[in-house]
Design a protein around this ligand. Structure first.
Ligand code: GDP
Ligand code: IMO
Ligand code: MG
Length: 444
């Protein structure tokens, strides 16, 4: 049985949540394997909007959600999200949600470190200030707390001592407020009875699911350009966001991951600082932002907007092993007389087709843009490829050609079913072999 990994192919907010929700109908389990509540995944179902940060997007369909060890989990944020979902009529019980024992905890001290680090940096990263980076730093520094520690109050206190010894020394040196061990311990012990019932051996669940022929969707957060190794470092998040992260962040063999579906808008956005070659200022940028509703789901920050960058996308597909693409938000381009796509970069007068690694070179890059005709009329809500205007299909097919990866889905509105499915991402591996498929020869 084929599994599918869903990954962001740009800088995040591509519409991964709604794609995962769509796939979840055909799956048994949805598992999160990276990031934390820096993510904001939006689902719109019959006019009702669900904004998920830590919960796997399948829970809205009642599908088992797993949180893997690779996630950075803020227990306060999780409980608040569970309460928000309850108020919307979705009860998150241990039958619906299970959390790996070894998942790293994000604590208030991490939020404080995140804020102070951003303040102190000559060039801030523009993080979500959720404490995600500092929590991963503690994990790698081997002083982090994990979900299973909540079950051992005495050891928890000792582990907090080690953690706070490290952080309080830094706070003191900077003349900042320190954290009280007793206060933090007390708060964690209050939350523990609500968190611990969700604790499971997630790796075992995934192993059993695979052996019994169940389908799993691995829901990536963030995106390839925010990957700590493959993104535009240091303007990245602190986890492995490419598909490879699903194996170590959930506890499953890479050979069992199955297909990798990359999600990309038909244009591009980025939140926070860092290079964005095809960024558009002025009216076109503002129009994309307004029509696309490009404001952060959780932070409300305006997103930077620009045209689709096929150099970035092609490179992202290669390092993440993406073998089909979901192109989202086609309807946002309705009404544009001209649409542009970045098809190459110029560096010091030479054309290149890769993203250079140094920040200095990145700053000298010029985007080479190709113009496409816009279309009259609306694609919003169209659910059949044949009903799309010719200019829109020409754009989709040009993106497919430039990137060299087949497009399997196109979305035309935020509602769950505002989607055109060209080939089901759960198709057999042979069928999904990396090859260019002309969209008009699609399968039903
Ligand atoms: P994620 O982080 O990748 O899950 O994406 P976000 O939820 O942060 O951002 C995607 C935004 O685009 C959300 O507000 C979605 O409701 C919206 N969206 C998703 N697909 C479409 C689409 O096809 N058309 C339009 N207009 N909006 C969409
Ligand atoms: P989803 O899953 C877009 C960005 C932040 C910042 C950088 C580092 O919704 O696509 P962090 O708080 O992670 O240390 O911030 O990463 N960022 C995201 N941008 N979508 C996200 O998640 C993001 N998660 C983090 O804006 O530039
Ligand atoms: Mg988002």
């Amino acid at each position: 049985m084929t599994n599918v990994v869903v990954v962001g192919a740009q800088w995040g907010d591509e519409g991964k949540g709604r794609i995962v929700d769509w796939l979840a109908e055909k799956a048994d389990i949805v598992v999160r394997y990276n990031g934390g509540h820096n993510a904001g995944h939006t689902l719109v179902v019959n006019g009702q909007t669900y904004k998920l940060a830590l919960l796997p997007s399948g829970v809205v369909r009642g599908k088992l959600g797993l949180i893997g060890n690779g996630v950075a989990l803020d227990p306060e944020a999780l409980l608040a999200e569970i309460d928000r979902m309850a108020a919307m009529g979705i009860r998150i019980t241990p039958e619906l949600l299970q959390i790996a024992e070894t998942t790293t905890l994000v604590l208030p001290v991490h939020r404080a470190v995140d804020a102070a680090q951003e303040r102190l940096r000559a060039k801030p990263i523009g993080t979500t200030l959720r404490g995600i980076g500092p929590a991963y730093e503690d994990k790698v520094g081997r002083r982090g707390l994990r979900v299973c520690d909540l079950a051992e109050p005495e050891l928890l206190g000792l582990k907090l001592d080690v953690l706070l010894e490290h952080h309080n020394a830094w706070f003191r040196g900077l003349g900042l407020d320190t954290f009280s061990r007793d206060q933090m311990l007390g708060d964690l012990l209050v939350m523990a009875p609500r968190i611990l019932p969700f604790m499971r051996r997630v790796w075992e669940q995934l192993d059993n699911a695979y052996s019994s022929g169940k389908r799993t969707v691995f829901e990536g957060s963030q995106a390839v350009m925010l990957d700590v190794d493959w993104g535009s470092y240091p303007y990245v998040t602190s986890s492995t966001t490419i598909a490879a992260g699903a194996a170590s962040g959930a506890g499953i063999a890479p050979s069992r991951l199955g297909q990798v579906l990359g999600v990309s808008k038909v244009y591009a956005t980025r939140v926070g600082e860092g290079p964005f070659m095809s960024e558009v200022g002025g009216t076109s940028g503002d129009t994309l932002r307004q029509r696309g509703g490009e404001y952060g789901v959780n932070t409300g920050r305006p997103r930077r907007c620009g045209w689709l960058d096929t150099v970035q996308l092609r490179q992202g597909c290669k390092v993440s092993g993406i073998n089909s693409l979901a192109l989202t938000k086609l309807d946002v381009l309705d009404g544009f007389e001209s649409v542009y796509v970045c098809v190459g970069y110029e560096l010091d007068g030479k054309r290149i087709d890769y993203m250079p690694s140094t920040n200095a070179e990145q700053q000298r890059l010029q985007a080479i843009l190709k113009r496409f005709d816009g279309w009259d009329g609306a694609t919003r809500g169209i659910r059949s490829y044949d009903e799309l205007p010719g200019q829109a299909t020409a754009l989709i097919e040009a993106i497919q050609r430039e990137v060299g990866i087949p497009v399997s889905m196109v979305t035309t509105g935020p509602e769950r079913d505002d989607a055109i499915v060209l080939r089901c991402p759960f198709a057999d591996a042979d069928d999904m072999a990396i090859r260019l498929v002309h969209a008009s020869k699609r399968e039903d």
